[in-house]
Design a protein around this ligand. Sequence first.
Ligand SMILES: [Zn+2]
Length: 486
Amino acid sequence: MKITAFIRSLAAFIFLLTISSSDYKILSQEIPDNIRILLEKLSPLSYERGNRELIYQYSIGDLSRLSDKDTELVIKELSKRGIGVITFWKQAEAFERGIEEGIRIARLQENLGLKVAVDATDLLYGFYDKTDFTAHIDNEGRTFYDSSFAGHWMGCPFTLQERIPVIRSRIIAYSEAYQAAGVNIDIVTADWEIDGPHEWNEAWVNSKKCMTCCKNIDNIQDFYVFQSKLRSLRSKLLEICYTRPILERHPKALITNYGTYPNDGWRYWYDYFESPQIDLPNIKDQKAIYRPWYNEFTETGFTMAMPVVYTWYPIYNSYPEYTSDYRWFYNMLKVGTNAGKSTPSEIPIATFFHWHTTAPPEKQDLNVKQMSRHSYQELLWHLLLRGHDIFFSWCRKEEIETEMTLLQEVYNNSLNYNDWLQSGRPVLFEVPAKESSVVSGVKLNNRVLVRRTDFTDNKKAVKCIIDDKIIMVPYKPGECQIITIE
Ligand SMILES: [Zn+2]
C-alpha cells in the first residue's frame, strides 16, 4: 500500500471512530452506497476552503431516507471533504414530496453555511411530449419525428409554444415554495440535452421535409440560418421556462445547463449521441472535425457557464500525430480554454469533468489508451488557471472513488491559491498545436501564478508574453510558480 493510500485509509478509520456508534450504524446501513464510498475513501480537506465553492458529484443527493440529524451529519462530513449535496427536483407523483425534501435539505445546508444546490433536469423534460401536436408534418400532412438522437423522440421545434406553460409552471412551483419557506436557491444546474430544438444529426434533413419548419425558416437551405434559428428558439425556451422564473424569485441564483457556455463560434467536442457530419460546415484538425457553434449563452439569460470536458472515446484517434496523453490533453484543453477565454469574468464557470474514457463503444479498439491520471490532474490545474471555477463530476457508480479522488486532490491543493484564483485574471490561453510545453497563468498586480506541463523533454525556460511583457517560465514539473513581471 502506498503511503498516501495508507494515510487516506487511516483518516477514514479515524473519522468513523470520531462519530458515535449509533451514527456509524446509520452511516453504514442507511446512506446510499455512493455517499458511503466518498465518506470512507476520501480524507477531509487539509487546507481552508474559504469561500471557494464545493465540488459537486452528480449522483450525490437524495438523503430522503435519513433523519434530519443524520442528514446534517452526512452533509457536514461531505463538506469537510469538499463535496456538496445536490437536491434533484422531481416531477409527477414525486412533485410535492420533492418540494418538501428540497426545502428540508436547503434549511440544513443554510444552517451549515453552505450553498443550496439543486438540479432541475427532471422538470425540464420534456418539451416534446411524443404526441402529434409536437411532431413534424410532411407535404402530405403526415406527422413524423426524428429518431436520429440515440432513438429519442425529437419533433418539430416550431410546435412548442403550448408546452411553455407546462414546463414553466413546474419551475415556478419549486421556486415559489423555496421563497415562501424563506430559503435561498443558490446554484441551479440541469442536464437537459436530447429534447427541444437541435440542429445536429438528421435534424436539418428532417426540418427541410417539414411543412411547419419550412414555413418558419425563410432560408432553410442555409445551415447557418437553420442553426441560428433553432439555437435561438432553444435558448428562449430555457430563458422563459427556467432562468427567468427562478431569477424573479431568487435574483442571485447561479443558473446553467450542461454544455451551455460562451464560446469562440466553434465546438470542439461531440456528445455521445452526436456524430461528425462532414457535409456540414467544419474545420479539420488532423482527423478531428470541429463544428460551427451558435452563441446561445446570452439568450438563455444564464448566470453561470457549464462546459463539458470529458475524455470522449473518439478523441484518441482524432489526433494521430500526438503522443497518447497529448491527444486527450490537447482536445480537452481546447474545449476548456474556449469557455475560459470567452466567458466574462463576472460569470462563474462550472465544468463537468470525467476521466475514465467516456462512452466507449461495445467493441473497443485496443489501441485506445486511457489518459494518464497525471495528465488529467495537470489539465485540471490548467483549467483553474484559465478561469474555471467549480468542478462538477459525472461518472458511473464504479468510477466514483477514482474520479472524486482525482478531482479532490487538485481542488484541495488549489485552495492554497484561493486569492489568485478568485481575484486574479487568467492571461495565458494558448493551446499548442505542436506538442511541447503548456503554460497557463493568472495575473494579480505585477505577479503571475503559472503552471507549466511538458509533453517533450525540453527543460529550458519557456517564453510567454503577458500584456506585452515577456516572462520566462522555468521547468518545474508538478508545481505552480509565482513569477514577478518586470
Ligand atoms: Zn418541423
